[in-house]
Design a protein around this ligand. Structure first.
Ligand code: CAA
Length: 262
């Protein structure tokens, strides 16, 4: 597939690379339309299928990660259009099926669907100029890509209600304080910092990386007892891997582990 609205590249050593997807619709501040979301889904699936890729970064431009769903496209839709075509569900949620870690590197605006897309990633590293918000209320709608569900899970009800009802933006410092982002770094260091985190993840055994992601995600889908039991079983199953033997032996013998992802 030839991409027109995103760019892809890989970084890192040949065996364990980081796949990077850059949203690239600068004139529209990376507003998310159908074509862009189709391309993004395709690129994510391609990195998922590539054994040399261990982690994925999703990023935008300095000015905008993404300013939301494309309002000029949505303005023409009526109920029958969005309901029959299952707008959002059809091509926005592919990111949820990716089993490799996906890190959002956010600078500039992450608004509406842009904030929701960042929240679909496994964690967010923000530049100090990042601004998050769910301003859909200002254009007569509400968040439609999971914002009313993921934002309260990330920042709690009070801030989520404040954001969804007033449409105000949250800066990077507030976003880190509230738990929406894991780290805030100066803009110039955003990609180095995110790549560093991604390469660290790539250096670990793939079964334990996947299991950790799956277990943390389960926390959002289940009660505590079920979630802990799910974690316990995944934990037990990792004792069947060569990487567990290698990791523990390397620690005890004070050497670097050579994981084989088996
Ligand atoms: N859709 C389509 N075009 C958009 C856009 C969007 N979400 N956001 C920005 N653009 C376009 C603008 O129309 C403008 O285009 P022109 O140059 O052709 O006029 C261009 O990008 C630059 O934008 P601005 O001139 O507005 O730039 P600014 O720096 O003055 O303001 C901004 C930046 C605060 C992000 C402002 O553009 C803005 O408020 N954008 C809309 C944000 C928004 O409401 N997002 C939610 C969308 S709804 C949604 O996402 C639903 C969902 O949950 C899935």
């Amino acid at each position: 597939m030839r991409y027109e609205m995103i760019e892809t590249r890989t970084e890192g050593p040949d065996s364990r690379q980081v796949g990077i997807v850059t949203l690239n619709r600068p004139k529209q501040l990376n507003a998310l339309n159908d074509q862009l979301m189709d391309e993004l889904g395709h690129a994510l699936q391609a990195f998922e299928a590539d054994d040399s890729v261990g982690c994925i970064i999703l990023t935008g431009s300095e000015k905008a990660f993404a300013a939301g769903a494309d309002i000029s496209a949505m303005a023409k839709f009526d109920f029958a259009d969005v309901y029959k075509n299952d707008f959002i569900t059809r091509n926005w949620e592919q990111i949820r099926s990716i089993r490799k870690p996906v890190i959002a590197a956010v600078s500039g605006f992450a608004l509406g669907g842009g904030c929701e897309l960042a929240m679909m990633c496994d964690f967010i590293i923000a530049a100090d100029n990042a601004k998050f918000g769910q301003p859909e209320i200002k254009i007569g709608i509400i968040p439609g890509a999971g914002g009313t569900q993921r934002l309260p899970r990330a920042v709690g009800k009070a801030k989520a209600m404040d954001m969804a009802l007033t449409g105000r933006m949250m800066d990077a410092v507030e976003a880190e304080r509230a738990g929406l982002v894991s780290r805030v770094v100066p803009l110039a260091q955003l990609m180095d910092e995110t790549l560093g985190a991604a390469l660290t993840i790539c250096s670990f055994g793939e079964p334990s990386v996947m299991a950790a992601k799956e277990a943390v995600n389960r926390a959002f889908e289940s009660g505590l007892s079920d979630g802990v039991m799910f974690e316990r079983r995944l934990f037990h199953s990792l004792f069947a891997t060569q990487d567990q033997k290698e990791g523990m032996d390397a620690f005890l013998n004070k050497r670097k582990a050579a994981f084989t992802n088996r």
